[in-house]
Design a binder for this molecule. Structure first.
Ligand code: PLP
Length: 386
């Protein structure tokens, strides 16, 4: 592949050279736990044992690094496993982390309950407010600034370039969870971010058939990538060959899927905005969204996630979430099929009663790539039952 190939070309070809022995256009799935050695220590291409390395995982890690414009990608068994490997590599007891106040519930739970028990403190702030972030950073003690944009589920937009600058000034590692936008729509490393995190379970896999996670490191972070690579090997939360294959296959269509997700989501956000039962539609593609201008600058599309705040509060929100037919009521997001989620009892139940609690009036839609007319008809009939 040419080094300067564009995004959609990289998505299809990075890490996917035809098999050298047979010419398979699609590299085989290497379902092996171990590798024959040519004499003791005589490894073939460095492969020794599949926790340490597997060619199918290497292919995915190459593809991930190419898509995010990083120097190295690492693939894990889940998004949270990726987060855990990164955080346990960079944090010590006594350190402090600044996280967004509406990050993914599981990220908040990991930092609060697992790292909290281990003596790591955290502050939650609105990362779309630069002054609040500056105030929350404790010089010398804060080691990580965790940014999720668009955020989950309130769809707030944070300024990655400005936050990266703040992090650079304060010596803080700036981690960007790029799960919602995907690299097809947002390139955090080009904006100055230090490490990108993904739940590849979502848009990268794209078909709701695999759980996985990834980290990609920016140029200049070779040493950190090496250390986290050691944690991946030594703690062992790697992705299986079959999971890596499914993720690679999903990624090849990421660009066109994100285009369609974005088109469908905008049409649905507009339709929802017209209904009096909906107090607010949270979609960065709408000009009414407070982060619209920033999103238009730092993203190349607005993505497939739409949240709504129902005028009738929790009761109306539950009714809406249980009334759709084509939108399946389920956790997760980013697949080709449309899903509806009630965050306060589902994806974000773990942050109830904390500073990251999601209002009961919020419903989150993951808008799929079905025909938009069918999706709009489903939204209309669900609105009719409000
Ligand atoms: C789902 C999700 C995660 C966690 O990933 P898993 O693959 O479920 O472990 C992290 N961040 C965001 C934004 C997510 O949506």
């Amino acid at each position: 592949m040419q080094h300067d190939a564009r995004f959609d070309t990289r998505a299809v070809h990075a890490g996917q050279d035809p098999d050298p022995t047979t010419g398979d256009v699609i590299p085989p799935i290497h379902v092996t736990s171990t590798y024959a050695q040519d004499g003791i220590g005589g490894l073939r291409n460095g492969y020794e044992y599949s926790r340490g390395g597997n060619p199918t995982r290497t292919a995915l890690e190459t593809q991930l690094a190419a898509l995010e414009g990083g120097i190295r990608g690492l693939s894990f068994a889940s998004g949270l496993a990726a987060e855990d490997a990164l955080l346990r590599t960079v944090l010590q007891p006594g350190d402090h982390v600044v996280i967004g106040n509406d990050v993914y519930g599981g990220t908040h739970r990991l930092i609060r309950r697992i790292f909290g028990d281990w003596g790591v403190r955290h502050s939650t702030v609105d990362t779309s407010d630069l002054d609040a972030v500056r105030d929350a950073i404790e010089l010398g003690t804060t080691k990580v600034l965790w940014v999720e944009t668009p955020s989950n589920p309130l769809m707030k937009i944070s300024d990655v370039a400005a936050l990266a600058e703040l992090g650079d000034e304060a010596g803080v590692l700036v981690v960007v969870d790029n799960t919602f936008a995907s690299p097809a729509l947002q390139q955090p490393i080009a904006l100055g971010g230090h490490v990108v995190v993904h739940s590849t379970t979502k848009y990268l896999g794209g078909h709701s058939d695999v759980v996985g996670g990834a980290l990609v490191f920016a140029d200049g972070r070779e040493d950190l990538a090496e250390r986290v690579g050691f944690t991946q090997f030594a703690a062992g939360a790697v992705s299986s060959p079959f999971d890596a294959f499914l993720t690679t296959r999903g990624i090849k269509t990421l660009g066109i899927r994100m285009q369609r997700h974005s088109e469908n989501a905008l049409a649905i956000a507009q339709r929802l905005s017209e209904h009096t039962g909906i107090a607010r539609v949270l979609y960065p593609g709408l000009e009414s969204h407070p982060g619209h201008e920033l999103a238009a600058r730092q993203m190349s599309g607005f993505g497939g996630m739409v949240s709504i705040d129902l005028a009738g509060g929790g009761e109306a929100a539950r009714r809406f979430a249980e009334s759709t037919e084509l939108f399946t009521l389920a956790e997760s997001l980013g697949g080709v099929e449309s899903l509806v989620n009630y965050p306060s009892e589902m994806t974000h139940a773990s942050v109830k009663g904390t500073e990251a609690e999601v209002p009961e009036s919020i419903v989150r839609l993951s808008v799929g790539i079905e025909d938009v007319a069918d999706l709009l008809a489903d939204i209309d009939q669900a609105l009719g039952r409000l």
